[in-house]
Design a binder for this molecule. Structure first.
Ligand SMILES: C[S@@+](CC[C@H](N)C(=O)[O-])C[C@H]1O[C@@H](n2cnc3c(N)ncnc32)[C@H](O)[C@@H]1O
Length: 311
């Protein structure tokens, strides 16, 4: 889990920077795992903000000021977690595994305050595969293991296409301004992310034996991630950032329900109509409690009035 975080955290933290989240915000970290993102968020929203870190298994979550740990099964929805609006919801490598993924995403949208952000990251196809190996047999072995690992994940209900388009489209259809980027890279033997593969093979060794691999194959596979002659195309991750409209006009908003057209969230006109952004005492512009002005906004003199939108 920590290796996963070491690989993905720089990407998620870069996305967090674009949300404009700041001191005082209330955030949800769903399927928080080892809590590395919850911990980073807790520092950002300190001293009065709160990060609610939610997982079925809370044993790895940090206990630190600003983090409230909640043990909750998200297949039942958000429940009481949605009682108070949040400025940011973050869920990485979670929703694709849950049967209620679309309903849960819609619940996240409903729980997020106007102008707030939703960050989702999911693994998508294609599965990792070998680009270069010390020998042909090694490449075949690695690809066989990668396929068995992939098969082991997907029958558990994981949807490897959901992150490619489903997440983006569900958020866009709800009226959010959505940006998705897909990231894959080469992993060379000896680098730490490739150890994820060795870890995965160890965890799923029963499946590998069932697929006909021998102890020797598994030993060889465990050695290969240390060999600099092995290069694998990594998992591909879809990182989606959605910002909800500042005027609260998401799909469930009465204006939409009446059939009214909703404005794109980030147009200068939408911001102007919401009241303009005053200068923040620190010199930075402020888009409301817990939200700093997103970078693509800071060129505009206009925006919502400080404190207007969460009343
Ligand atoms: C692949 S890990 C990702 C952890 C973390 N988001 C990260 O990216 O570092 C998925 C996490 O979701 C949690 N999870 C899985 N099913 C869940 C459920 N039904 N309700 C709550 N958490 C769940 C797991 O316990 C695990 O911590």
């Amino acid at each position: 889990m920590i290796r996963l975080a070491a690989w993905l955290d720089p990407h998620t933290l870069a996305d967090l920077d674009t949300t404009g989240i700041g001191p005082g915000a209330r955030c949800l970290s769903l399927g928080a795992g080892a809590g590395t993102i919850a911990a980073a968020l807790a520092e950002i929203v300190a001293p009065v903000g709160e990060v609610v870190a939610v997982d079925l298994d809370t044993s790895m979550l940090p206990t630190q000021p600003g983090i409230t740990v909640v043990q909750h099964d998200l297949t039942t929805g958000l429940g009481h977690l949605a009682d108070a609006p949040v400025q940011l919801v973050e869920a990485r490598l979670l929703t694709q595994h849950l049967p209620n993924r679309r309903a849960l995403l819609n619940a996240m949208i409903a729980a997020t305050a106007p102008g707030g952000s939703i960050l989702i990251a999911e693994v998508v196809n294609p599965r990792p595969y070998t680009l270069h190996a010390p020998a042909l047999d090694d490449g075949n072995l690695v690809d066989l293991v990668l396929n068995v690992l992939g098969d082991a994940i997907e029958p558990d209900g994981a949807d490897m296409e959901w992150g490619r388009e489903g997440v983006h489209n569900t958020l866009a259809e709800a009226g959010a301004a959505v940006h998705t980027r897909w990231h894959a890279e080469t992993w060379t033997g000896g680098s730490y992310p490739i150890q994820l593969l060795a870890d995965g093979a160890f965890q799923k060794r029963d499946r590998l034996f069932a697929a006909g691999l021998t102890i020797d194959d598994l030993d060889r596979f465990t050695d290969l991630p240390h060999d600099p002659q092995l290069t694998v195309r990594s998992y591909e991750i879809a990182f989606t950032h959605a910002r909800l409209p500042y005027d609260g006009a998401t799909r469930d908003h009465p204006r939409r329900a009446r059939g009214g057209r909703t404005r794109p969230a980030m147009t200068p006109r939408a911001v102007r109509q919401a009241g303009g952004i005053p200068a923040h005492p620190s010199g930075a512009q402020c888009a409301g409690p817990g939200l700093r002005t997103p970078s693509h906004f800071s060129r505009s003199r206009h925006g919502p009035r400080h404190g207007d939108r969460y009343r």
